[in-house]
Design a protein around this ligand. Structure first.
Ligand code: HEC
Length: 472
């Protein structure tokens, strides 16, 4: 009799109809509730059986398409706080919906997730709040605003953890926290304490302290890593507001936890394409560029950035031995779900690795995200109607490395990258700080041997060789 019971048992569990209480609630609590509960960014809660059952088909369809939970990076490199359902979880939801979304036995139901108020990463050492409340109108376009928050530090600090707390979760769509060392942001803000800023903060930032999008967790640095912040630094908090149909106000804040100095130098590697010029109607415009790493590094995270026309992003590392590792791949870039991706384990890349970026843009009328209708020519720039293509890599150098030499060699890479993309001298964008701009114009003039107003490959190479020879 025994074998028969075993057989029956197997058959019963294989054919069992998934229920909300036993199978579905744990998935929703773990992967959806962070946003789908009262007062959060998602338009409805998914905590109760009734909430979920009446949308069972929709839930099955958005999870099958991997539209929910929002997580743009393709499988490959492992990131912290990845939000990705397994194929089995997706199948369970599909079967549950197909079989009428039964509730199941109350005894199977897990406890509802708890979201304690207060700071998730523990009480921070210092809390910084926006200088004043910001009014978000009921409708109209999204607002992008930079708020300047002086830190008033009397000594340098080392940031170990960053936690952002949106003041009003109904309208705050994402946040990036930049550092400003030289007062540029205060000049841009004037007396009001804030200014409109769409892409970057409008100055060359010293660094990025953190980012936030709905559902993100606090950012705690790996062991031995912390971000140095010098006395005199102002925080520049860039917020993206999405009007929700009624007038709202926001006063967001963030908590910083300080720690020991890092045991190694940190740096930001910027792969940036300025040579963007997309004809109206072009649905497959490809931008490629790259930067060669002058020393061994460990990549801690990557922040890809583009505007509304970009559809596909690929950032790869081509190692000196020819192997190619994916740093991030996004097949359906959505400006509204941009984020910082931090690796679960830092990615080691040897000196000589080329970080290659390949982004594809769709400037056709078929792109529903195209801000222009009919499409118009789109060039590089920081406005909503311009495009950008860049990736920031946060890297740690090896302990004891010469950070200054690394930085200088990188600047040379940037100059090379920039000149390779510039169509002619007049195209040097105004965003380049005046001193560097003048130097570049002069260098281009000097090295433009055939006087055609641009540097061809040989001319560029002699300029770079010259600069390199002067760097000792
Ligand atoms: C990081 C926040 C976040 C997480 C996590 C999240 N959602 Fe959402 N969800 C949203 C937001 C915001 C919207 C509304 C805007 C949109 O559709 O993009 C939404 C919309 C939806 C919709 C409506 C889609 C439509 O077409 O009307 C469904 C259904 C949904 N989510 C299900 C889920 C499920 C199931 C999970 C977990 C497996 C989940 N979501 C996880 C934020 C989130």
């Amino acid at each position: 009799m025994k074998w028969f019971a075993v057989l029956l048992g197997c058959a019963a569990s294989a054919g069992a109809v998934p229920t909300f209480n036993k199978d579905i609630a744990p998935i929703l609590y773990e992967n959806c509730a962070a946003c789908h509960r009262p007062g959060q960014v998602a338009p409805f809660s998914l905590l109760t059986y009734q909430d979920a059952a009446r949308r069972a088909k929709l839930i099955a369809s958005v999870t099958e398409k991997r539209y929910m939970p929002p997580w743009k990076a393709e499988p490959g490199p492992h990131f912290l706080n990845e939000r990705r359902l397994s194929d089995d979880q997706i199948a369970l939801i599909r079967d549950w919906a197909a079989q009428g979304a039964p509730e199941g036995d109350a005894a199977d139901k897990p406890a509802a997730p708890s979201f304690p108020g207060g700071w998730e990463a523990g009480e921070p050492d210092k809390i910084f709040t926006m200088p004043s409340k910001f009014a978000v109108p009921a409708d109209g376009p999204d607002q992008f605003r930079c708020f300047v928050i002086p830190m008033n530090l009397d000594h340098d600090v080392f940031v170990k953890a960053f936690e952002f707390r949106p003041g009003n979760r109904r309208v705050v769509h994402h946040a990036v926290l930049f550092m400003d060392m030289n007062g540029a942001s205060r000049r841009l803000a004037g007396d009001s304490g804030s200014y409109a800023c769409f892409a970057g903060p409008g100055f060359v930032p010293l660094g990025i302290l953190g980012g936030w999008a709905p559902g993100s967790s606090p950012e705690v640095q790996h062991d031995g890593i912390s971000i140095p912040v010098r006395k005199g630094t102002s925080l520049v908090l860039q917020l993206h507001y999405h009007p929700d149909g009624k007038p709202e106000t926001d006063e967001s804040s963030m908590g910083l936890t300080f720690g020991e100095p890092p045991n190694t130098a940190l740096s930001l590697v910027i792969v940036n394409s300025r040579g963007i010029n997309i004809a109206p109607g072009d649905s497959d415009y490809v931008v490629k560029t790259g930067v060669t790493l002058p020393q061994d590094v460990e990549v801690l995270g990557v922040t890809p950035h583009a505007h509304y026309l970009c559809k596909d992003m690929k950032v790869d590392a081509r190692l000196p031995d020819g192997t190619v590792e994916s740093l991030i791949r996004i097949k359906d870039w959505d400006f509204n779900w941009q984020g910082q991706y931090r690796y679960a384990e830092p990615v080691k890349l040897p000196k000589g690795t080329r970080v290659e970026m390949e982004y594809t843009y769709d400037n056709s009328a078929n792109n529903p995200r195209n801000p222009a209708n009919p499409p118009v020519r789109v060039r590089f720039g920081e406005q909503t109607t311009d495009e950008m293509g860049l990736a920031f890599l946060a890297v740690a150098l090896t302990p004891g490395a010469d950070a200054r030499a690394f930085q200088q060699a990188l600047i040379l890479e940037y100059v090379d990258q920039f000149l390779a993309q510039g169509e002619n001298i007049a195209d040097i964008p105004p965003e380049i700080p005046p001193a560097q701009r003048t130097a570049l114009v002069m260098a281009e003039t000097l090295f433009d041997k055939d006087h055609d107003g641009k540097l061809d490959e040989d001319e560029r190479k002699s300029l770079i060789d010259f600069l390199r020879s002067r760097m000792q």
